[in-house]
Write a protein that binds this ligand. Structure first.
Ligand code: ASN
Ligand code: ZN
Ligand code: CA
Length: 333
């Protein structure tokens, strides 16, 4: 009675026309992806409680690319869940957010003018607001990957969401949200080192955060200092986001997928980078095998160097580049 339909067409708001997997039940289609644990996407229709209703469709062509059509946010959310699942599975061999094959579920159109999106461990689910004037749902790929990565952190290191560990928790979500965006290779939303560049959260088209130089947002820090832990976790994430950028691309000026970056270092010395794939592998290995709930920046340095030793050997060129990059954000020497 139920049949998985792969290569269904979705017209998303932020990622163009995408391929999604739906389920045929009788003569209607449901936004349930049986090929990825059975992830389902629901429409809260502006409620703030419950699950809402499962998106259904009669012709299996979903959304129209416009935020004013309710189904469109469902397409973006389903696509984000799909690409996040595939990123973790194909990059790290991780089988779902908790590595147990279990799907999360996503709810869209939460409340009114709600400018946020969030993961909750208690429901093992994602919730998306519609943004200011209900005009810009927070369903872009990097936001979806960011939020669901909070579930991965909770299932692994469990970084406490305050102080320096909270900044590392937030950075982990920015790092893997960015990993999801690059992984998807979507031409309408190509990979970049910006967070939230598609959702117009500031009303003037600027991104929410910048990984090459976090201070460009006016509040995040580029480098570690002893006062870092007193900041909001979305600002104390700055140095670790900066570390990830420098590991991926190296310091100085660079253009990636048409976006220009210029990344400084703490002492002005340049660092070469180890490539984005290695940077992601380093952070994932650190998160899942070395970090704990109380890891701070100093411990993240030594723990990630243990991960680098496991991956590439102590004293290897890659290991040494990782050590130098921690110094480039003001951690260690
Ligand atoms: N969007 C916010 C975040 O992921 C929501 C939250 O739960 N703090 O950091
Ligand atoms: Zn977050
Ligand atoms: Ca981005």
């Amino acid at each position: 009675q139920y049949q998985a339909i792969e290569n269904s067409v979705g017209n998303s708001e932020y990622s163009g026309q995408v391929s999604i997997t739906t389920t045929k039940s009788g003569s209607t289609y449901q936004l349930t992806d049986a090929s990825r644990g059975g992830h389902s996407t629901y429409n809260l229709n502006h409620s703030t409680s419950g699950k809402g209703t499962l998106y259904t469709d009669t012709d299996d062509v979903w959304g129209d690319g416009k935020a004013t059509t309710a189904q469109t946010a469902g397409v973006d959310a389903a696509y984000g869940a799909q690409e996040t699942w595939d990123f973790y599975r194909n990059t790290f061999g991780r089988n779902g957010i908790a590595d147990d094959g279990r799907a999360a579920y996503s709810t869209t159109h939460y409340g009114n003018n709600y400018v946020n999106a969030f993961w909750s461990d208690s429901c093992f689910c994602m919730t998306y607001g519609d943004g200011a004037s209900n005009a810009h749902p927070l369903t872009a790929l990097d936001v979806a990957g960011h939020e669901m990565s909070h579930g991965v952190t909770a299932a692994t290191a469990g970084l406490n969401y305050s102080g320096e560990s909270g900044g590392l928790n937030e950075a982990t979500s920015d790092i893997f949200g960015t990993g999801v965006e690059f992984y998807a290779g979507n031409t309408a939303d190509p990979g970049d080192y910006l967070i939230g560049e598609k959702i117009n959260i500031n009303g003037n088209g600027t991104p929410l955060r910048y990984m090459d130089k976090p201070s460009k947002d006016g509040a995040s820090k580029d480098y570690w200092s002893s006062s870092l832990g007193g900041l909001d976790v979305h600002y104390s994430s700055g140095p670790a986001n900066h570390l990830f950028y420098l590991l991926s691309e190296g310091s100085g000026a660079k253009v990636v997928n048409g976006v220009s970056y210029n990344s400084p270092t703490y002492d002005g010395a340049s660092v070469p980078g180890i490539g984005r794939d290695n940077a992601l592998k380093l952070w994932y290995t650190s998160l899942t095998e070395h970090f704990t709930s109380t890891t701070n920046y100093a411990r993240a340095r030594t723990q990630s160097l243990q991960a680098a030793a496991d991956l590439w050997g102590q004293g290897s060129a890659t290991y040494n580049a990782v050590a130098d990059t921690w110094a480039a954000i003001g951690v260690g020497s």
